[in-house]
Design a protein around this ligand. Structure first.
Ligand SMILES: C[S@@+](CC[C@H](N)C(=O)[O-])C[C@H]1O[C@@H](n2cnc3c(N)ncnc32)[C@H](O)[C@@H]1O
Length: 258
């Protein structure tokens, strides 16, 4: 993970907090932003890590390595991650559906096996069903916290479970969990990490028993997990590979339809 926060990002990191779907549309059009900044990350959080992120995704979604699957990526963004997925789908002869704003999708290549569905998910689910009634593999990486800000995570989950076919696998990945973050930054390892990363001798500020509007916590992720299970889908909270840039405060929700 990044070992030290750059001075400019100590001040500027906040500009990537709490981004809405509309913010991403605007950022996709902003020629001054890098491909990582357009998807809400300072460059050093993604530039050297996307291969490791993709490796971790493949471990959790082994059906991606099968042949001729129908794959849905909700919120692919425009960095190298969706390009790796497009290349893999070409090799494995999958059909791929990408769902994001048109501004973001326009930044990705076209391919005969690829369908782009623009609009805010899950409001555009009818168009996704037109592309395929069911999906074998669904990926939604680093998106849920933005839905939490300006959408409804429950209808997001319900719609996704309905789109997932029998035997299907879905990864709702890279979910920042403020409860996990608090646990980490209260630990000796977290305090040492904060000091080295921020270049300070101060302890991180951690407050318990306070509301965190707009932030996902244990209640939200465990609620999603339980709701998926009650809908007949196996659901697991799984850690990220330790070489991922935010593994100490993010986790993944893995769904498998029996
Ligand atoms: C943080 S970026 C993640 C991009 C990519 N998945 C990755 O991890 O590299 C979030 C992406 O989700 C898209 N997005 C956010 N809310 C969405 C929604 N409700 N429906 C579809 N796309 C959405 C944004 O436009 C943006 O491209």
């Amino acid at each position: 993970m990044p070992t030290r926060l750059k001075r400019s990002d100590r001040k500027g990191g906040k500009r990537f907090d709490r981004l809405s779907y509309a913010d991403f549309r605007r950022m996709a059009r902003d020629a001054k932003l890098s491909k990582y900044e357009k998807i809400g990350f300072p460059d050093h959080y993604r530039a050297d890590y996307e291969k490791a992120i993709f490796r971790d995704i493949l471990l959790k979604l082994p059906k991606l390595l099968a042949k001729r699957q129908v794959v849905l990526d909700i919120g692919p963004g425009c960095s190298d991650l969706p390009r790796m997925l497009i290349d893999l789908c070409r090799r494995q002869e999958h059909r791929l559906v990408l769902v994001d704003s048109m501004e973001m999708l326009d930044l990705l290549p076209e391919a005969p096996f690829l369908t782009k569905v623009s609009g805010k998910y899950p409001g555009n689910a009818k168009a996704i069903v037109r592309a395929s009634r069911q999906y074998d593999v669904m990926l939604c990486y680093s998106v849920l916290h933005h839905v939490f800000v300006d959408g409804n995570i429950w209808s997001f989950l319900d719609r996704s479970l309905a789109l997932l076919g029998a035997g299907g696998q879905m990864l709702i990945g890279d979910v920042p969990n403020v409860s996990k973050r608090r646990r980490f930054f209260s630990s000796d390892a977290g305090i040492a990490f904060h000091r080295s990363f921020m270049g300070t001798a101060d302890d991180p500020t951690v407050r318990f028993n306070v509301a965190t509007p707009g932030e996902i916590d244990d209640a939200a992720v465990l609620g999603l997990l339980l709701r998926a299970r009650n809908a007949g889908v196996d659901a697991y909270l799984v850690p990220q590979a330790p070489d991922l840039p935010m593994a100490n405060r993010r986790e993944d929700l893995l769904l498998r339809k029996p």
